[in-house]
Design a protein around this ligand. Sequence first.
Ligand code: IPE
Ligand code: IPE
Ligand code: MG
Length: 228
Amino acid sequence: MSDPDPNHPRHVAIIMDGNGRWAKRRHLPRALGHQRGVEAVRELVRSLKDTGIECLTLYAFSSENWKRDEEEVDDLMNLMRKFIKSDLPEFIANDVKLKIIGDWQGLAPDIVEMLEDALAQTAKGGRTLAVALNYGSLNEIARAAARAAAAGEVTTDSIAAHLDTADLPPLDLLIRTSGEVRLSNFLLWQCAYAEMLFVDTLWPDFSPAHLRDALDQFANRERRYGGR
Ligand code: IPE
Ligand code: IPE
Ligand code: MG
């Protein structure tokens, strides 16, 4: 296999932010913003095969998002149930391999069961869609460090080997939508040398064209890794 093209990211992650503001601007309920957010995910996943990206990681629900009103959390969980059911056949048809990162076993038992089934049914897919559910990076690093210690060796390599993302390519590009410039407990370790792009677009408006634009910007970055 030839060396990867340095101008082309293998692994892109997105903090999908701004659903609430998208709805608010239109005087619509937040739930509708989340619904349109799911539609943006669907379009992006459909376009994945045209992008050359090996892995797309999406931040869908953080371990801190439980702090929201019960009604909003319920809306998000129900959207997740609906999305898995409606889009699983498309994932399979489009050669998508689903992966879940975060403490997803802590979600409702019926969702855990649906996810396990979706993971099994997409296991042979070629491109990875990693979804961060009940995910918090500090917790991920602590879990990985504990497992590395239990195995008798705490080094950066051994911790990395126990992260939820251990089997994914190194993170090349992190995108956050909605104008916020922070990581909100997402992929802190993996971002060590990732390129970052913060765009003002609200998540429901983020289209495959926006992703192509992000990939063009990535191609113009010079990565140095501390060298010169
Ligand atoms: C992102 O949109 C979706 C989740 C965090 C689940 P938000 O709901 O955070 O939207 P804003 O940030 O309030 O606009
Ligand atoms: C980050 O967005 C989490 C997801 C996109 C799932 P938040 O909206 O929860 O982040 P903060 O609260 O603005 O930092
Ligand atoms: Mg937000």
